[in-house]
Write a protein that binds this ligand. Structure first.
Ligand code: MOS
Length: 744
């Protein structure tokens, strides 16, 4: 099959998307998968069954350990095997997953469940003729344990840290002489931010439907963000070759990081299906999603800034302590944007890790920035306060000419423009700089600002694009759509580049039998899969130009028609029995030659009740520059979702571990509070024009996580402006404000 591969070693200044005759990319097109979703025709992982050729389904219910640390002596299956409908209690103490895998890994996660290392660890699966029968039996099991003492209390153990391994950024970074510069600084800020564990809390629970074919090949219909690497992880976990595993994840009800790697239900379902010789479906109960997938680590972050009287930063240190299970190297990279956000020659960014017997910590939307920017942006707000300067001005003064660490240019950076345009649109000039000075009855009103920054990534991805004899186009890739709009933007890219109406484009995603892709993670999905589609379409355009007998640059494709050399031919007629091509994008040297990140600004207005301490967000505005915007509507939705996440981080989300055994006290959506409609005010999103020629051939940067990066910090700054109290412990619940509010 014809193929077209590009490695981003050079800029890509002229994208076909700038010159194509058929305009489609950027339009606010409704989600192409929307009707399928609202009519119930979109099949999610837990919904596969007879209609999909899966007869004789058995239903699994996971058994989670009820001790925080110990050893399983016996699962106690005898007691339930005679219950109506129960088929078996299946376990494999060596092969079951102790924890989910982290995103992008190609190996198996930690396996083995005889030794329990955290409350909820999946030790077995009960399989029955119905979900209800399996659940009933699982709840009646008499599991016997030997308990062992565990370590559950972060506060009590936070001095016993280890240095975690490299994770996207090194755990420790030192530049210049921070201590000396801090000693000599004219103005200093030193404060510590504490954030709790958080849960991704995606709507769709983790689910896997596993079926072994007669050829010995396993198919898992699952809820995954990255099927290509998930299939590799699953094959390694089961000890089979990668070609023996197929993953299908066509629709995913949110992931936010929790579905980047395979989770325990996947392997449990696969092993049970093999043992029973029937398809097995394992759907996590909501509580199990909380207990046995992945959390964002809690953090304690000490942030120090030293500056001159005119606001120039001379010293910067961001020291973070996080937690994870023993032996799991992942650390929440809270200092990730501190590396490049502001100038200043003397900087130190460190991460240390406390090993606790709590569920795995891993990636959750904007790993690092989402909570890390509470520290750096809180410190910038505090510095503005110290200096009596406007918070936007302090950021402007510290705008670096180039990456302050690597000494390379930014591929694109419109931070100050985002701050300025945001200030104008939000009415920043109406902010009273004196905290606690604006009042409406019982309510104290304040406004806050934060920068937004999120590293941009490109990941190896492929896609196949075909044109059929009737002129219709199909796109196929193991990319996913986790609710973000991938189906829609890939439709738009193919539509524009091949000059066919979007209605004549069909996109198929989430199947590892299609060309491999990096999937949805780290906000790289649209740019990576979109570039793969671009490259396949470019190849097809070469063939169409040849068929028309015109040079590549003189081919016009529009409304299903090829135009050139004074001819106008329906595209279907040009392709004979049909043509196809595969496009592959690879990251390259542009990542080293340029610092690539999306930038923006968040503005928030809050009202804090002076009597009760209740905080209501009244307005929010996000201004973002993320390269080419592929679909104005889905991009905006991503930002609205990110900003809503920011409200959750600032005011609501708090995963509470019982200090006696690590059990999650609030393991459902009733008790783990996320923002609901009434918590989310009028929000506005504005995009700045930008094309990033260093990023990829479609000149787009990631957007999914840019909207959360800094959002919580803007709310925190607004609380300070309203009350005079600078929040350091998140979420800022009423109790934390009661004692510090001014008298009514
Ligand atoms: Mo994202 S935390 O890579 O889904």
């Amino acid at each position: 099959m014809p193929s077209n591969t590009l490695t981003m070693n050079k800029p890509f200044p002229v994208s076909l998307l700038d010159v194509s005759a058929h305009r489609e990319v950027g339009l606010p097109r409704d989600r192409v998968d929307g009707p399928r979703k609202v009519s119930g025709l979109a099949t999610y992982a837990a919904e596969y069954g007879e209609a999909d050729g899966l007869a004789n389904m058995a239903y699994g219910y996971l058994v989670g350990a009820k001790v925080g640390r110990g050893k399983v002596v016996s699962v106690g299956a005898d007691k339930v095997l005679d219950l109506p409908g129960v088929i078996d209690v299946v376990t494999d103490f060596d092969t079951f997953l102790k924890v989910p895998q982290q995103g992008g890994e190609t190996g198996a996660p930690t396996q083995g469940v005889r030794d329990v290392e955290y409350f909820g660890e999946v030790i077995a699966i009960v399989v029955a003729e119905s979900y209800e029968a399996a659940r009933d039996a699982a709840l009646q099991l008499d599991v016997a344990y030997e308990t062992k003492p565990g370590v559950y209390d972060f506060e009590a153990h936070k001095s016993e840290t280890i240095t975690p391994p490299f994770n996207n950024i090194p755990a420790k970074y030192d530049q210049g002489d921070f201590d000396k510069a801090m000693d000599e600084a004219e103005v200093t800020v030193d404060f510590t931010v504490v954030t709790p564990s958080q849960s991704s809390a995606a709507m769709e629970p983790h689910a896997s439907t596993a079926v072994w074919g007669e050829d010995g090949r396993l198919t898992v219909y699952g809820a995954y963000q990255m099927p290509t690497s998930d299939a590799q992880q699953l094959a390694k976990s089961l000890g089979v070759s990668a070609s023996k595993v197929r993953i299908v994840a066509r629709y995913i009800g949110g992931g936010f990081g929790s579905k980047l790697g395979i989770a325990p239900e996947t392997v449990a379902a696969a092993i049970a299906a093999k043992k029973l010789g029937r398809p097995v479906k394992a759907v996590m109960a909501r509580q199990q999603v909380f207990e046995t997938t992945v959390r964002r680590s809690n953090t304690e972050q000490r942030m120090r800034l030293g500056a001159t009287r005119d606001g120039r930063i001379t010293a910067m240190a961001h020291d973070t302590i996080v937690s994870n299970l023993e032996g799991e190297g992942y650390f929440e990279p809270a200092g990730i944007s501190t590396h490049f956000l502001y100038g200043g020659e003397n900087r130190r960014i460190t991460h240390e890790l406390v090993e606790l017997n709590l569920l795995l910590s891993g990636s959750m939307r904007a790993p690092g920035e989402a909570v890390g920017m509470l520290a750096i942006e809180g410190a910038m707000d505090a510095l503005a306060d110290e200096l009596g300067m406007d918070p936007i001005e302090v950021r402007r003064v510290n705008e670096p000419e180039q990456d302050p660490q690597k000494g390379v240019p930014f591929s694109s950076r419109q931070l100050t423009r985002a701050l300025d345009e945001g200030a104008e649109r939000f009415g920043w000039d109406k902010r009273n700089a004196v905290p606690g000075s604006r009042r409406e009855g019982e309510w104290l009103i304040g406004m806050g600002v934060s920068s937004a920054a999120r590293g941009n990534m490109l990941m190896q991805s492929s896609a196949k694009v075909s044109i059929a004899a009737d002129g219709s186009v199909t796109v196929a890739s193991a990319m996913t759509d986790i609710g973000t709009g991938s189906y829609t933007i890939l439709t738009q890219i193919a539509s524009e580049l091949l000059g066919v109406p979007a209605d004549n484009v069909t996109v198929t995603l989430g199947d590892t039998d299609d060309p491999p892709a990096a999937g949805s993670g780290g906000s790289w999905g649209a740019a990576s899969a979109g570039s793969a589609v671009y490259l396949a379409c470019e190849k097809l355009r070469e063939g169409l130009a040849d068929a028309m007998g015109v040079p590549f640059d003189e081919l016009t494709l529009k409304d299903g028609t090829a135009i050139g050399a004074n001819r106008q031919v329906p595209i279907g007629e040009l392709v004979g029995k049909g043509v196809e091509a595969v496009g592959t994008i690879n990251p390259g040297q542009q990542e080293q030659k340029f610092r690539q990140a999306g930038f923006g600004a968040h503005f928030a207005e809050v009202a804090v009740n002076a009597v009760t301490g209740e905080t209501r967000v009244r307005r929010m505005l996000g201004v973002f520059a993320a390269g080419r915007i592929l679909n104005a509507k889905t991009a905006r939705s991503q930002c609205l979702g990110g900003m809503t996440f920011g409200i959750g981080t600032a005011l609501h989300e708090d995963l509470v571990h019982d200090k006696r055994n690590g059990k999650l006290v609030n393991h459902d959506l009733g008790e783990y509070h996320v923002p609901v409609n009434l918590d989310v005010p009028q929000m506005d999103v504005h995009f700045l024009d930008e094309h990033d020629e260093h990023a990829n051939p479609i000149n787009a940067k990631g957007i999914g996580e840019l909207g959360i990066a800094g959002a919580a910090a803007a709310v925190a700054a607004a609380i300070h402006n309203a009350t005079g109290y600078r929040p350091t412990s998140f979420p800022v619940t009423c109790d934390k404000l009661l004692d510090v509010l001014p008298a009514v």
